[in-house]
Design a binder for this molecule. Structure first.
Ligand code: BGC
Length: 751
């Protein structure tokens, strides 16, 4: 029997010695590594049987039973590992369990190829961070990168090599529950966040045992589901696909994402998991992606339900020929690839190419050198929920909070308050603030708003009443909540959604607060006490009813374990709110999809002109626009200068503004730059975010802020589906959100 591991180790040690001698020449080192990898992969591949090759493309889930040391798998699957019929497992974690299974793969299977263990590490592993939508609200790439880094360190100590994240789907319809997992509606912000997360998960070198491989998902346009209903049909133009939905995927790829996941949806009649256009023409041929593509859960099998495949065998044929390398859970590859290859419906070259891609990533993860990647119970104990990790979670959570309203400067609250009422179904709730896709979280670690208020102002009387449930029709607790509010100087009211109301299959037809929470807010507000509404939710809500009733609103999303601490940091003024909305908040559900970078139409909305593109029963604007967020101070923008009024398509546009902190507190402003291409060969959005900068200013401080925009970033997809930077005039807006700002103009000169 050939000892493949031995071959790989020999080749690898040769490369490592090459690396040492060429340490001063990073480029040479890169290519030596790459050559070494190709040799290793070739020699492994040459020794595999057809069945073993197929095995590398098969991914199973572990059993759903969770033991003290992690999730395990069943006996049949153990046998399959031994037979070389499994390349990857998902939903199995814990150093003891994964080591046990890895040992079967590398010691008992003939080919001795290590397994790659995958898991949805979406916003934390043992330390639960804010949901990705909330993290995007920080507009802070380094904070988001750190969150992913911490998650990678924790998950890798438990034997995880690969996360099915970042989810980079643009979502313009907040009824879609999975908006919680992404970065909102904007391709630019989405791209910044996608790249930050990939860097955080993968670190500088995938072979570092604290790094995990990223997976950009769901490729592609999954968020474009009609009506915001999960898994639903997507029908968009290639222009919209390329300009709106694909940029964050490209950013993830450019940041080095090792894998992509094909999505469940179809686009214009072709399911993504069988789309040669998406997976080969764009991903591999245009973008030169070298990693591998995994299907979504049973998305290959679902080609039969989509109706493009008559049988699971047809589905396997379509998927592998389109470019899906690994089959998550459908068994279509396991059961049918062999006969498809034997019948010539899938070529040996196609099969080998897929296997090669999987082996390369296993190699790059360092699995052939240390298949256990230093995962041990000791490392788990050291890393999981370490003090530093929990601090990082609190720091990002408070940055994610967006102050939506603060009439009469109700916030921040005085720390000398004597009696505070904490009310509402989310005010003392340990389960929901972790949000959807919280993985192996322990909700007992959630610090609730009530607990944190008691901690923050220990001398005060802190009263609590739940008032009502998140859902349901029971209003019997509202009277008690009103009685509690009457005794207090101020009310903190925690309302929102349950964690199950967003995330996968969590689409809602209404964006209003569910259940009787509206009644609770109305009754408590009627006491005349100042009410700070603290929202915890996984999507934009339609708040026009509540907005008029309370003087202050904080959007706190689902912030994870440090929920209460983060909120009280903001409420009591230890942290000035700096979060900005990554998505527009509609007034009423019927306005969606509503997003800032829409087209102008031939009859742009004008609320006082009848025959324009609008609704007759609601203003055309959102309640809170994209990019919006208040602070505890105020900023004034003035004196926009376009330093480069005329540029070539290869130049960079330079813009400056003056920014002054006109309030009484130090804070950060997120200065946002938008452009509008005034006349194009095809219609262009009314505004597009192209750059932003965080600026810290002391009270009264004035500064000049410079922003740079490479003209190449003005490219858009033309009628020929190719990218173009067209000559002509552009308006540039610099301001605090997508609906405000001061303007200037510049010209891109013709060739
Ligand atoms: C989801 C993916 C996820 C996969 C594995 C699917 O249902 O759509 O986002 O990565 O399950 O858990």
């Amino acid at each position: 029997m050939r000892h493949i591991l031995c071959v790989v180790l020999c080749v690898t040690s040769a490369i490592l010695s090459t690396c040492t001698t060429s340490a001063q020449r990073p480029e040479g080192k890169q290519s030596a590594r790459a050559v070494g990898m190709e040799h290793a992969v070739d020699s492994i591949l040459a020794g595999l049987t057809l069945q073993e090759k197929i095995g590398q493309l098969v991914q199973y889930t572990g059993g759903w039973s969770t033991g003290p040391t992690g999730r395990s798998i069943n006996q049949e699957q153990r046998t399959n590992i031994k037979e070389g019929m499994v390349g990857s497992l998902l939903n199995v974690y814990g150093s003891t369990v994964t080591r046990d299974l890895q040992r079967i793969a590398v010691e008992e299977s003939r080919a001795r190829i290590p397994l790659v263990f995958g898991l949805d590490v979406i916003h934390g592993f043992k330390t639960t961070f804010p949901i990705p939508l909330a993290e995007a609200a920080t507009w802070d790439a380094s904070a988001v990168e750190l969150s992913a880094r911490v998650s990678a360190a924790e998950a890798s100590s438990s034997g995880i090599h690969w996360t099915f994240a970042p989810m980079v789907d643009i979502a313009r319809d907040p009824r879609w529950g999975r908006i919680a997992e992404g970065s909102g509606e904007d391709p630019y912000l989405g791209s910044v966040m996608a790249a930050a997360r990939v860097r955080g998960f993968q670190g500088r070198d995938l072979a570092d045992p604290s790094a995990i491989m990223a997976c950009a998902k769901h490729y592609a346009a999954y968020g474009g589901a009609e009506g915001g209903r999960d898994y639903n049909t997507v029908d968009i133009s290639e222009m919209t696909l390329r300009d709106v939905y694909l940029p964050p995927f490209k950013a993830a790829l450019d940041a080095g994402a090792g894998t992509f996941m094909a999505s469940f949806n179809e686009i214009g009649g072709v399911p993504s998991s069988g789309s040669h256009f998406l997976l080969t023409t764009i991903l591999r041929n245009e973008w030169k992606f070298e990693g591998f593509v995994v299907s979504d859960w049973n998305s290959i099998g679902e080609l039969v339900q989509h109706g493009t495949a008559a049988t699971p065998a047809d589905a396997a044929e379509q998927a592998v020929n389109a470019g899906v390398d690994m089959d998550m859970e459908s068994r279509c590859y396991r059961d049918h690839l062999q006969s498809l290859v034997e019948q010539g419906r899938v070529s040996k070259a196609t099969l080998d190419a897929s296997v090669r891609r999987v082996l390369r990533m296993k190699y790059r993860l360092g699995l052939f050198i240390d298949p256990y990647r230093a995962s041990t119970p000791e490392r788990e104990a050291q890393v999981h929920r370490s003090a530093g990790n929990v601090m990082a979670a609190r720091a990002i959570a408070r940055k994610a909070i967006v102050l939506l309203k603060n009439e009469g400067n109700v916030l921040p609250l005085a720390r000398t308050l004597k009696t505070v009422a904490v009310i509402g179904p989310l005010a003392h709730n340990h389960a929901d603030p972790v949000g959807p896709w919280a993985g192996p979280t322990d909700t007992n670690y959630v610090v609730t708003l009530l607990e944190a208020v008691r901690e923050a102002i220990p001398a005060a009387r802190v009263l609590f009443a739940r008032g009502c449930g998140i859902d349901g029709t029971d209003t019997t607790g509202i009277a008690e909540a009103v009685a509690v509010a009457r005794q207090a100087e101020v009310v903190l009211l925690g309302a929102g959604e349950s964690r199950a109301m967003s995330g996968e299959a969590g689409s809602r037809s209404s964006l209003e607060l569910p259940g009787r929470q509206g009644d609770l807010i109305r009754a408590v507000a009627a006491t005349g006490k100042p009410v700070v509404l603290v929202l915890m939710n996984g999507r934009p809500l339609a708040l026009s009813r509540e907005e008029g009733q309370v003087p202050a609103i904080l959007e706190a999303w689902f912030l994870g374990h440090e929920t209460g601490h983060a909120i009280t940091d903001v409420v009591f003024g230890y942290h000035t709110p700096t979060g900005r909305l990554p998505v527009s908040f509609p007034r009423v559900t019927g306005q969606v999809p509503i997003y800032y970078n829409h087209k102008n139409t031939g009859r742009p909305a004008n609320d006082s002109v009848h025959f324009t593109s609008r609704y007759i029963d609601v203003p055309s604007s959102p309640l809170y626009p994209f990019g919006f967020g208040l602070t505890y101070t105020s900023f004034a923008y003035s004196d926009l200068t376009v330093i480069t009024p005329k540029v070539k398509a290869t130049d960079t546009i330079a813009v400056q503004i003056s920014l002054k902190n006109t309030g009484t507190r130090a804070s950060e402003e997120v200065v946002q730059l938008y452009v509008r291409d005034e006349v194009g060969s095809v219609t262009r959005p009314v505004r597009e975010l192209k750059a932003y900068k965080r600026i810290h200013l002391e009270p009264g401080q004035l500064t000049r802020v410079s922003l740079a925009l490479p003209a190449a970033d003005l490219a858009f997809t033309g009628i020929d589906n190719q990218p173009h930077v067209e000559p002509g005039m552009f308006t540039v807006y610099v301001g605090p959100n997508a609906a405000e700002g001061i303007e200037g103009r510049f010209e891109v000169a013709g060739p």
